[in-house]
Design a protein around this ligand. Structure first.
Ligand SMILES: Cc1cc2nc3c(=O)[nH]c(=O)nc-3n(C[C@H](O)[C@H](O)[C@H](O)COP(=O)(O)OP(=O)(O)OC[C@H]3O[C@@H](n4cnc5c(N)ncnc54)[C@H](O)[C@@H]3O)c2cc1C
Length: 480
């Protein structure tokens, strides 16, 4: 199993002695899903290249964590198809690999006559997207199902298939399975230039050069830049669309039973209130088009706007404590659909414009890209795909037993009975497991995404020193 994060990629000659068959650039939820899918072909020599020190460190770490049905996608679009297929694939994969999912369902709430009038159109659109379980419900039923909604509710579209999911475990599960299946994951490896030699791609990276016969661009916000590096010109430009979110304390969880969606606008799905699998409640996101691909900070104006909207949706929410705020950047483009293109003659696939549904669609995007690579007929050995050995990810969700609740586990290993982070009830055993896992964390933030440690209401005020000491002492435990 190969995961590297420092030193030259190939110390001796600064050039991989054996060219990779495929290099995937970007280890977000999309790139890791693609690497995992391609790893089903045991003869392929695959590199997954990530500029950051960890997988899932870009947009994939900061979203609203909803496994969408695709009921509101643009009918007939590639996105509509891949979201629909991706939801089915990821729901099954999550059940098999221990990624927490809760099928809480969504209510798309109408607050005025115009929104109420829009519901039949949305119902009809759901049908055109192959989703037939939605129905319109009246004000009384809406209020009975969500008693804490603010005044003025006129009705809702009930979408029972919408779920909440752990986005962090999803990316990690893909990466773990890919690496265990032979994918070489190179972190801290930014692709800086791409040239062509004998039909191969020569990639100059921040850790030296490598050669690949086929290139997949899953660089998220930078997919347009990489596209231009490879093709000399591109057919889309990424405009980062920031979404700010507020995380409310777990004590707010009883206030909301479903994902409460607004009637969508041209700018996006709008501001929602949703539970998380960790037991918090989210309010957000905003939708702000920016020109800075690193503007992941929150703003006072953005958060104030969310609080104003939240007060109308669920007034009691604003009496609860805020645990954290964060922002993510959607890779929006000038197009209404994903930009997934195979440039056969260049042995290159662009996976661009994966905006607000990439978590849901990830596995279907991966299967689609694998199909495009097969069609490109680039001489890669794609015979006899095999299913990878299953992964069993640590459970971060509140709907399933956590280690501190499991007497059987504690009896076999007392480390699962020693709580280190009391807000999130994270044990020493879980932290140890994360530190020696196939794709270990590079930082305390990465450790939080693998265990929830320091993610609770004290935000590490009480447990921070203990968690840091365990992180710094990781050598004691050795590799998996
Ligand atoms: C506020 C918000 C809410 C959302 N809500 C949902 C939701 O509820 N459900 C849903 O399904 N989707 C949601 N999404 C969308 C989803 O999060 C994204 O579609 C998905 O994370 C995109 O994944 P990605 O792998 O394409 O991009 P990223 O996660 O950004 O990964 C791209 C990676 O490429 C790396 N990279 C870039 N350039 C280079 C280079 N030159 N060399 C090497 N590496 C490079 C980056 O470091 C990064 O890690 C939301 C997004 C936002 C912002």
């Amino acid at each position: 199993m190969t995961v590297t994060s420092k030193g030259p990629l190939c110390p001796e000659r600064q050039m991989s002695p054996r060219p990779y068959d495929v290099a995937v650039v970007g280890a977000g939820v999309v790139g890791t899903a693609i690497a995992r899918e391609l790893a089903r072909h045991p003869h392929l020599h695959i590199a997954l290249l990530e500029a950051s020190a960890d997988v899932g460190d870009g947009t994939s770490k900061a979203n609203t964590a909803i496994l969408h049905t695709g009921f509101d996608a643009v009918p007939g679009s590639l996105e509509a198809r891949l979201v629909r297929e991706g939801q089915r694939l990821l729901a099954a994969y999550a059940a098999e690999s221990g990624i927490p999912v809760e099928p809480v369902g969504a209510l798309l709430v109408a607050w005025d006559d115009a929104q109420l009038d829009a519901l039949p159109g949305l119902l009809e659109k759901a049908g055109r997207n192959g989703y037939d379980a939605a129905r319109i419900i009246g004000a009384d039923e809406t209020r009975a199902r969500e008693p804490h909604l603010g005044p003025g509710v006129l009705g809702a579209l009930d979408v029972p298939g919408e779920s909440i999911i752990c986005p962090w475990t999803t990316t990690l599960a893909y990466a773990t399975q890919a690496v265990r299946s032979g994918v070489e994951l190179h972190l801290n490896t930014r692709v800086e230039t791409v040239s062509s030699e004998g039909g191969d791609h020569l990639l100059a990276t921040s850790r030296g050069a490598l050669r690949a016969r086929f290139l997949v661009n899953a660089a998220g916000l930078n997919a347009d830049v990489l596209d231009r590096l490879v093709l000399g010109a591109g057919d889309f430009t990424v405009t980062p669309r920031r979404g700010q979110l507020i995380v409310f304390d777990e004590l707010a969880r009883d206030l909301v039973r479903h994902i409460l969606l607004p009637v969508p606008t041209a700018l996006g799905k709008g501001v929602l209130v949703a539970p998380t699998v960790y037991g918090n409640v989210l309010l957000g996101p905003t939708a702000e088009d920016l020109d800075d691909k690193e503007a992941t900070g929150t703003t006072a104006d953005g958060l104030d706007g969310l609080l104003t909207k939240g007060r109308r949706i669920l007034p009691a929410l604003l009496d609860e404590e805020v645990t954290a705020v964060y922002a993510g950047l959607r890779a929006a483009t000038e197009h209404d659909d994903y930009r997934i293109r195979c440039h056969k003659e260049r042995r290159y696939v662009t996976v661009g414009g994966i905006r607000s549904t990439g978590l849901t669609a990830s596995m279907a995007i991966a299967a689609h890209v694998a199909g495009l690579i097969a069609e490109a007929d680039a001489g890669l050995d794609l015979e006899e795909p095999v299913e990878p050995a299953p992964v069993h990810m640590p459970n971060l969700g509140e709907a399933f037993p956590r280690p501190y609740q499991r007497a059987d586990l504690i009896a076999t290993d007392p480390a699962y009975g020693t709580i280190v982070c009391h807000c999130e009830r994270v044990t020493r055993g879980e932290i140890r497991d994360a530190l020696i896992s196939t794709v270990p964390p590079a930082s305390l933030e990465g450790l939080r995404r693998r265990t929830r440690a320091r993610g609770g209401r004290c935000q590490g005020f009480y447990c921070g020193a203990a968690v840091r000491a365990l992180h710094e002492g990781r050598g004691e435990w050795g590799p998996e």
